[in-house]
Design a protein around this ligand. Structure first.
Ligand SMILES: Cc1cc2nc3c(=O)[nH]c(=O)nc-3n(C[C@H](O)[C@H](O)[C@H](O)COP(=O)(O)OP(=O)(O)OC[C@H]3O[C@@H](n4cnc5c(N)ncnc54)[C@H](O)[C@@H]3O)c2cc1C
Length: 813
């Protein structure tokens, strides 16, 4: 037997499907000096008892990418590693009870087609021809996924492990990691069999991930749910039908009722995601166990009764079957239900690949993504949806439990664009929160900060149900219109707590920043946008840069980017520079519209003739503020940055001054409409690592004269080759719903691009979309089609300039 390894390049903690896939993909990438530690036998965590469903369906582009990749990998894996597996590709039907649900399906069919998959919509009669035992009278239709199926999770894990071992990676079973310590640039992973020195550690510990995270000083945002499925005995009619047709039934998901029903041998497997769900290991009388290997929770059928009855009404054949077994196992959840894959925030050379809710169907893709993070420092697909840095530390255990239960109970719910789930709110409140509430603000959470989405007028419907629609003209619509028009004709104020702020100073700051961004660092007194590219020239992040002094800059970035951008800056910071985070010290009001200068003139002595893209210190009342002459709304305007303790008085003074000028508070929905009309990109929608800086149409933010900046070589090569895709604004005649993220663009029968955001423009009176288009078509006036929920509508390319105020005359006024 080989000796216990005392060193390795990478150590993975956890031998479930995900850890094994990570090891396999690292080894495939040539990183064979890798060791996986498993405290028990492989699969002992959640993997051994998983049902093993492998859908490709997802309404998230990146998660669909991962699941599509998994399904493809699993098809050939047994042969590649010479480990035959039970993998049944049965296809699936996903039932829709409403027109809104069918719109979701149509959207996913469009995304799937773009990813090379042939998903399809079925009418109720077509569903019955695929699934003869089904009650269809109340259905609107269904989605057919021919790639769906089920795999034996233990065999999958063993196959991945075999493949990894064959390439030279090692697996130590019955060998728990018991702690880690940092020595110089190395990690030392402790085990009862000895220490292993390594460069990189991966936490793939499944529902134990929180315990492992603690060794790194990391509070992994997660909780654990109990999830059950029930196995039913052979049903003679089903056995006979299967023998006649020669295949199994497709997997059935009744997503509006919230369960799946799968043919298991000649019986059924029924797995609900129930509303009255149960969390585990969250109270003192139910402590987290040291070891739960190969264990289950006791059956708890009472809470599934409604779902069993519903499934029996849907497939009456099920009534004839005897229940033979219940599996009730632990399944970990993050607050948004997506896993954690990527850099461990704030910890060098440590990664996470854990807290998977659907870790069997995602293991393949997750292993690829994790291996790319480790070996290349970046992933092929933008994976923000799973990036651990999307959580920023405010997510305490109470929040994790409430959100986890909420996600579980609505696992199959439709993700409507204006809807937000109610749990875990009011975590961070602006100092003027009560004042904006009194004015009718309806809020949404941004990195925990409550920001006004829109201001309801007396009688407006502010219910959660009112937002559960794809339709543009929801209850907010006419109020948002009034807000946009007030910004256009007079002025609007938006209370915007939570901007992430980093101050960097010290000799060499500007030289350092010049190498980090693609463009120029602004002169003292000025501000501008800086784009940070990766080595491939892709867009990592965007920050506004205010040059405070010769060697001092203030970087302001999105609330949701707080951990991500801090991490990026600190990882690349030159030694000797001072880095200070000031996120909590400041807050911000956006004052914008043609009357904003007159309003400000009443409250400050500042020089309001200073041009666009300048900043100055000023006083409002007794408070010292920073006035930045910019407007994401695309009108004359200033951001008023004030110390948190001064923000309430600043807000009140400005509001009072505004009364005579038609000042009106506005919210994030209006801001979204206004910025899209201006062609202003939003981070992780329009700006992501799926696109290069040049594809993003950010050429004017690239300073080719600089001797070096990250991504320069790749961008220069791309420029040389010719940029194949281009950012464009479009106007579209799309009926009652605006195109959701990743709606496809068509030209002469070919898919030629995709939307990255879209909204109704109240100033332009048009549906405006931003997106990426094949470069040869990206010319103003080009007629295209845009597919929205399965229907193609006319769209016209507007070029990459703003549709509203193309010459920036209003903003420069
Ligand atoms: C009833 C049920 C049905 C499910 N059905 C499906 C399904 O149909 N499709 C699907 O995609 N998903 C399904 N899931 C979810 C799926 O089981 C999990 O998402 C998946 O197994 C997670 O895999 P993992 O490798 O991340 O974690 P795990 O399988 O939990 O593996 C983590 C491993 O880490 C080990 N470990 C922990 N701490 C240490 C340490 N200190 N040192 C060494 N080793 C350690 C553990 O022993 C464990 O083996 C189901 C879950 C349940 C409960």
């Amino acid at each position: 037997m080989a000796e216990f390894p005392t060193s390795a390049r990478v150590v993975i903690i956890g031998g479930g499907a995900v850890g094994a896939s990570a090891l396999y993909h690292l080894a495939k990438a040539g990183w064979t000096d890798a060791v996986l530690l498993e405290k028990n036998e492989l699969t002992a965590g959640s993997t051994w008892h998983a049902a093993g469903n492998v859908p490709t369906f997802s309404s998230s582009w990146s998660i669909m990418n991962m699941q599509r990749y998994s399904a493809q990998l699993y098809r050939g894996l047994g042969e590649v590693v010479d480990y035959p597996m039970n993998y049944h590709v049965t296809g699936s039907v996903r039932l829709g009870h409403s027109a809104e649900r069918l719109r979701e399906f149509q959207r996913v069919v469009g995304m799937g087609r773009y990813q090379g998959m042939d998903l399809d919509i079925l009418g109720p009669d077509d569903v019955r021809s695929r699934y003869p035992f089904l009650e269809t009278h109340d259905l609107a239709g269904a989605l057919y996924d021919p790639y769906d199926g089920d795999i034996d999770p233990a065999q999958l894990t063993q196959a991945l492990a075999k493949g990894a071992r064959a390439l030279g990676a090692r697996i130590e079973r019955f060998c728990p990691a018991t702690g880690v310590r940092r020595e110089g640039d190395e990690w030392v992973v402790q085990t009862p069999k000895g220490d292993i020195r390594c460069e990189i550690v991966v936490n793939a510990a499944g529902y134990y991930a929180r315990e492992v995270g603690k060794w790194f000083g990391r509070d992994v945002p997660m909780m654990v749910m109990s999830h059950q499925y029930m196995l039913f005995d052979t049903i003679p009619e089903l056995a006979q039908w299967t023998a006649e047709v020669g295949h199994k039934l497709p997997l059935l998901r009744d997503v509006d009722s919230s369960y799946y029903l799968r043919q298991e041998k000649m019986g059924f497997n029924l797995g609900p995601y129930e509303r009255n769900c149960r969390a585990h290991w969250v109270t003192k009388d139910d402590p987290f166990p040291q070891d739960f290997s190969f264990q289950l929770f006791p059956d708890d059928l009472e809470r599934l009764e409604w779902y069993i009855a519903d499934a029996m009404a849907r497939v009456p054949l099920l009534e004839k079957a005897a229940l033979t077994k219940v599996i009730n196992g632990p399944i970990p959840y993050t607050p948004d239900g997506n896993p954690l894959i990527g850099p461990m925030p704030g910890v060098p050379n440590a990664f996470e690949a854990c807290v998977f809710t659907f870790g069997i169907c995602q293991a393949g893709g997750a292993g690829k993504v994790l291996a790319e993070w480790v070996t290349e420092g970046a992933t092929e697909w933008d994976m923000w949806s799973c990036d651990p840095r999307r959580f920023t530390g405010f997510e305490d255990q109470d929040y994790c439990v409430k959100k986890g239960m909420e996600v579980y109970g609505h696992e199959y719910a439709i993700g409507f664009p204006h809807h937000a789930w109610p749990e875990g709110r009011d975590k961070k409140l602006s100092v003027v929160h009560e004042r904006t509430r009194a004015l009718g603000a309806v809020y949404g959470a941004y990195n925990g900060w409550e920001r006004a989405l829109w201001y309801a007028r007396p009688g407006d419907d502010t219910s959660e149900e009112g937002t559960q629609t794809w339709r543009r003209e929801g209850p907010w619509f006419s109020a948002v219109r009034e807000e946009c028009l007030a910004v256009r004709d007079a002025a609007g104020i938006l209370d915007l707590p939570g901007f992430s702020r980093f101050r960097i100073s010290g000799a060499g700051t500007v030289a350092w920043l010049t190498r980090q961004i693609t463009g120029k660092v602004p002169a003292i007194g000025r501000l501008g946008l800086g784009y940070f590219a990766d080595d491939k020239g892709r867009i990592v992040t965007e920050m506004s840069i205010s040059r405070i002094a010769e060697d001092e800059v203030l970087l302001i970035t999105a609330a949701t980017a707080q951990s991500h951008d801090r991490d990026w800056l600190q990882r690349h910071l030159d030694p000797g520079l001072t880095f200070r985070e000031e996120t909590d010290l400041w807050s911000c009001q956006i004052l914008t519209g043609p009357k904003s200068r007159a309003i400000l003139a009443e409250v400050t002595m500042a020089d309001l003739t200073k041009p666009w893209l300048t900043w100055q210190e000023a006083k409002i009342g007794g408070a010292r503020v920073l006035l930045m002459r910019v407007s994401f709304a695309g009108e004359l305007g200033w951001e008023i940055h004030s110390r948190t303790e001064d923000t309430a008085s600043v807000w009140e003074i400005v509001m009072r001054a505004g009364t005579g000028h038609g000042l009106r508070p506005f919210g994030m929905f209006a801001l979204n409409s206004l910025r899209i009309e201006k062609g202003y990109r939003a981070w992780k929608g329009d700006l992501s690592t799926d696109y290069t800086v040049l594809q993003g149409g950010l050429d004017r933010f690239v300073d080719w004269t600089k001797p070096e900046f990250r991504g320069k070589a790749a961008l220069a090569a791309e420029q040389q080759r010719g940029v194949t895709k281009r950012f464009v604004s479009l106007t579209a005649e799309v009926g009652g719903c605006d195109p959701p993220y990743m709606s496809t663009l068509w030209h002469n029968g070919d898919v030629v691009g995709e939307t990255t955001s879209a909204y109704w423009g109240h100033r332009t009176g048009a549906c405006v979309a931003l997106g990426m288009l094949r470069a040869d078509l990206a010319e103003p006036g080009k007629a295209l089609e845009i597919e929205v929920f399965g229907t193609r509508y006319p769209a016209v390319v507007q070029g990459d300039g703003p549709i509203w105020d193309p010459k920036n005359e209003r903003i420069r006024a």
